[in-house]
Design a protein around this ligand. Structure first.
Ligand code: TRP
Ligand code: SF4
Length: 326
């Protein structure tokens, strides 16, 4: 079976954007591939090196979020990056052969550095992020890496690093990974901007349902539709972006008809959305509660999977050290 690997940074509760943008696909992939899903906690440090104290709690919450949506320990291997020290060794060795210019050219590097002006991102770890990511990926011989558009450049760097390694050390220990581009539906935040925890415009998977309802009620609509008698345009409305993900085609046709002729109010429209959103979130939250009570120690829970990942890494590192003859 081909291997799939992907990771997420433990930066807080996952939201519905993560669900439709990644997790839904992860759940499907675990049926078809040998999947490795890991908590990328060192990666979180590349930009948040000043406050590591949240990481332990966030790691646990991330795994609980995964379990609650149906990532299944019977079907895949979940582990924590920093509990597998071999990732650091491989990353170090890869850094020897990675030209700095490849990293400086990387679009995410340039963008995040420009955007996050409140942080000092002149640290080496942030620049070498794609090298650490490459180590994560090629450690397990992963063939496919499900990622969003923004990560495709990193996978490209991974492929180049693999080719360079094979060329320099005349070996073929690694598998060249391919990015599996996940088609991400446009799911804006409640204010119409990109959904992000830092904007406070997200609906998390573990959000209290009363709170979800309040947020929906406050959600921005087509700004031209001030009164019930104004006709609206669903294509200009963030609520309708959600309907594209949550509702049926018939419902969308009805909403479009009603919105453009002022036949349906925005509140009615939002309540259709609420119904679907609750249908998604309720079972997720029930499962979360179950796991929250069942799992007292998250590291203990992950242990068998972590052990498997680490053993595979050790075997891989033996091959790598052999190739380098050190
Ligand atoms: N860079 C990814 C992100 O920020 C997280 C990540 C780290 C990752 N290592 C990875 C994703 C390896 C896929 C494969 O979302
Ligand atoms: Fe948006 Fe629905 Fe109101 Fe139209 S009726 S503006 S789609 S919330």
């Amino acid at each position: 079976m081909d291997k799939v690997l992907s990771g997420m940074r433990p930066t807080g509760r996952l939201h519905i954007g993560h669900y439709f943008g990644a997790l839904k696909n992860w759940i499907k992939l675990q049926e078809e591939y040998e999947c490795y899903y890991f908590v990328a906690d060192w990666h979180a440090l590349t930009t948040n090196y000043e406050d590591p104290e949240d990481i332990i709690e966030n790691r646990k919450q991330l795994v609980l979020d995964w379990l609650s949506v149906g990532i299944d320990p019977e079907k895949c291997t979940m582990f924590v990056q920093s509990h597998n020290i071999f990732h650091a060794e491989l990353s170090l060795l890869l850094s020897m052969i990675t030209p700095v210019s490849w990293l400086e050219r990387c679009p995410t590097y340039k963008e995040i550095k420009q955007e996050q002006t409140n942080k000092d991102l002149s640290n080496l770890g942030f620049l070498s992020y794609p090298v650490i990511q490459t180590a994560d990926i090629i450690m397990y011989g992963s063939k496919f890496v499900p990622v969003g558009e923004d990560q495709m450049a990193h996978i490209e760097i991974s492929r180049e690093i693999v080719r360079r390694f094979h060329h320099l050390y005349k070996c073929d220990v690694f598998t060249e990974p391919k990015g599996l581009l996940t088609e991400v539906p446009r799911l804006p935040g409640l204010d119409g901007r990109k959904m992000s925890k830092s904007y406070g415009n997200a609906i998390t998977l573990s959000e209290d349902l009363n709170e979800v309802e309040k947020k929906l009620k406050r959600m921005k609509t087509d700004t031209n539709r001030q009164r019930l008698t104004d006709c609206g345009n669903p294509e200009l409305c963030p609520v309708f972006d959600y309907h594209k993900v949550f509702s049926t085609e018939e419902e969308r046709a009805e909403i479009t008809e009603g919105c453009t002729t002022a036949g349906i109010g925005c509140m009615d429209c939002k309540m259709i959305l609420k119904k679907h959103m609750f249908e998604l979130l309720e079972p997720i939250q029930d499962r979360r509660k179950k796991f929250e009570t069942e799992i007292t120690d998250i590291n203990e829970f992950l242990k068998p999977m972590q052990t498997k990942a680490n053993a595979q890494s050790e075997a891989m590192m033996n091959k790598v050290r052999n190739a380098l003859k050190i």
